[in-house]
Design a protein around this ligand. Structure first.
Ligand SMILES: *[C@@H]1O[C@H](CO)[C@@H](O)[C@H](O)[C@H]1NC(C)=O
Ligand SMILES: *[C@@H]1O[C@H](CO)[C@@H](O)[C@H](O)[C@H]1NC(C)=O
Ligand SMILES: *[C@@H]1O[C@H](CO)[C@@H](O)[C@H](O)[C@H]1NC(C)=O
Length: 527
């Protein structure tokens, strides 16, 4: 671990001064080899688990984001003296890495509801369904009511074991990914009653499942957006508009208030907040339950945040850990960077990379607060997007910029492109051909710039390739191969002895036999 770090530093320092010759690469490889040979397995029981999900954060997004982050730190772009390609995101330093196959039971290319059910409940399922197995067809309310078809999440397993639980997202708290933590629903878009179709009268919307049912009502920390799904008659503002793609609550209920009333009647110590200022004022020592709803729809992109109003993903993550780690039996926390996906769906590559950096910051801030030796920390994605990195740009080139000139149409093309997108950059040329706009005539660093796509659609589509998973802490070495995505929940269950794994052999007294692991883990804390 320390050696990997040294290898990274070596690359960054020497790049500016020396040629990357044979001696250089042999030295880098020796440090990596040392790190591999030093590897120890941490067999402690995971007291705590933190699972980060970068929504839509496929391998190409991670590669591009690491270069983007390094270029943000340095003087900027097109500087071959810098070595952004050799840098690492924080979570890329975790010692164990594997691949996850993301397909849904019925789709080659998945959606976030099916993948979240796999990640959190340990069972792959149908496209756009949450918290139910493949017996439930999309939109079939009646079958989704059958408890035999319900699958339960790591938050429920944790609660049954007396652990504290929480989730943080910068999408809506009722959005597909978090919904799989607490809801059982035949359609991800049933976030509130106004989008429930005819024939679904017997089913409860996702927002009500969060506020009225287990495990939702026992979750200690809930943070994100989605006020329009929880509360009727909300107001839209320029900074905080109503999201017209999602449902709006119209039944007159205010579920945020109902949550508060329940806490009050149970004499719980709780807080309800709606701004980053409110979040910063919380006395964590006196708070066991927190509901933070910071926007009508999604939270702002990180680069658009008004710091008085909207908390960053890193701030929400830190607050969640403060509250959760007061519990005696440990905790399970899920943190979603959901706007990576949102930015990719609009084809806005810079935003997607910027949101990945925001997730990486949340990882970095969280690691500072966690007791790593007995905390399993996992960073992964639910699915990829169609972002590609191509052409032969020189070392150090602006990752958002031009790669080369096309030998076919004579126009420049960018290093980043999408397979599908929404912005028309093609114009009729003759009966059979189209022509492209010239990207070198556009501001490629604009957060709203949409990188070119092969074909147009209502939005840019998900990708169907593998996602990476990075892990550190107890049993993180179980991520070691090409796995099915639903394996993630099982590793968590096994490592923390929760869910189906609660009665597996006790790993007590590992502390003494695992002293080298502890020392290594503490050292990695200092990195
Ligand atoms: C919402 O607005 C409707 C019509 O404007 C009104 O009848 C209803 O009382 C309002 N409900 C709440 C909870 O404010
Ligand atoms: C292609 O981009 C380069 C900069 O990357 C620029 O100097 C050149 O003029 C562009 N060529 C065309 C044909 O637009
Ligand atoms: C359209 O333009 C392309 C490229 O110049 C050419 O190859 C093709 O034959 C043209 N088609 C027609 C129908 O003119």
């Amino acid at each position: 671990m320390a050696c990997y770090f040294a290898a990274g530093i070596l690359i960054l320092i020497t790049k500016a001064t020396a040629i990357e010759d044979a001696a250089f690469w042999n030295k880098v490889a020796r440090l990596e080899l040392d790190a591999g040979l030093d590897m120890r397995q941490n067999l402690l029981r995971a007291h705590n688990v933190v699972l980060f999900v970068g929504d839509g954060m496929g391998p190409n997004t991670i590669t591009a984001s690491r270069i983007y982050k390094a270029q943000l730190r340095t003087t900027g772009r097109n500087n071959p003296q810098e070595a952004p390609e050799s840098s690492f995101l924080r979570f890329e330093k975790f010692p164990h890495v594997a691949l996850l196959k993301t397909y849904n039971v019925d789709k080659q290319v998945p959606d976030s509801a099916g993948t979240a059910t796999a990640l959190f409940c340990g069972v792959k399922t149908n496209f756009k369904t949450v918290g139910v197995d493949a017996n439930v067809k999309l939109g079939d309310c009646e079958s989704s009511l059958d408890p035999a078809f319900h699958v339960h999440s790591i938050l429920k397993w944790a609660q049954d074991a007396g652990k504290r639980t929480g989730f943080v997202t910068n999408t809506r708290v009722t959005h597909a990914t978090p919904a799989a933590l607490y809801a059982h629903c035949a359609h991800r878009s049933w976030e509130c009653e106004s989008k429930m179709p005819k024939g679904a009268e017997n089913c409860k919307d996702i927002a009500r499942q969060l506020i009225e049912d287990e495990p939702g009502i026992s979750i200690n920390v809930i943070m994100g957006g989605g006020r329009q799904c929880l509360t009727s008659n909300i107001t839209s503002t320029a900074y905080d508009p109503i999201d017209t793609w999602a449902c709006q609550r119209k039944d007159g209920r205010d579920l945020i208030n109902e949550w508060e009333m329940r806490r009050k009647s149970q004499a719980d110590s709780y807080r309800v907040v709606s701004t980053s200022k409110g979040l910063a004022e919380i006395d964590f020592t006196r708070t066991d339950y927190l509901l933070g709803v910071f926007a009508n729809g999604f939270l702002k992109y990180d680069h658009e945040i008004d710091p008085e109003v909207t908390p960053t993903l890193a701030q929400m993550s830190a607050a969640a850990i403060e509250i959760l780690q007061k519990g005696e039996n440990g905790f399970v926390l899920v943190i979603e960077g959901g706007l990576i996906d949102q930015a990719h769906h609009r084809g806005t590559a810079r935003r997607a990379l910027d949101e990945t950096v925001a997730l990486d910051k949340a990882v970095e801030e969280s690691l500072k607060k966690l007791h790593l030796p007995d905390t399993l920390v996992i960073v992964t994605a639910d699915h990829t997007h169609s972002l590609s990195i191509n052409g032969y740009p020189d070392r150090g080139s602006d990752i958002l910029g031009i790669a080369q000139r096309s030998k076919a149409d004579g126009l420049n093309f960018t290093t980043l492109t999408y397979a599908s997108g929404t912005d028309i950059k093609y114009f009729p040329f003759n009966e059979t051909h189209v022509t492209r706009t010239d990207p070198s005539k556009e501001d490629l660093t604009d957060f709203k710039y949409q990188h070119q796509a092969t074909f147009l659609h209502d939005e840019a589509n998900h990708g169907g390739g593998e996602v990476t998973v990075y892990a550190i802490g107890p049993w993180s070495h179980l991520f070691h191969a090409v796995h099915e995505q639903n394996f993630v929940a099982h590793v968590i269950g096994y490592a923390a002895k929760i869910g189906a794994y609660k009665d597996t052999e006790n790993w007590a007294n590992c502390y003494t036999s695992q002293l080298p692991v502890l020392i290594l883990s503490f050292m990695s804390l200092l990195m």
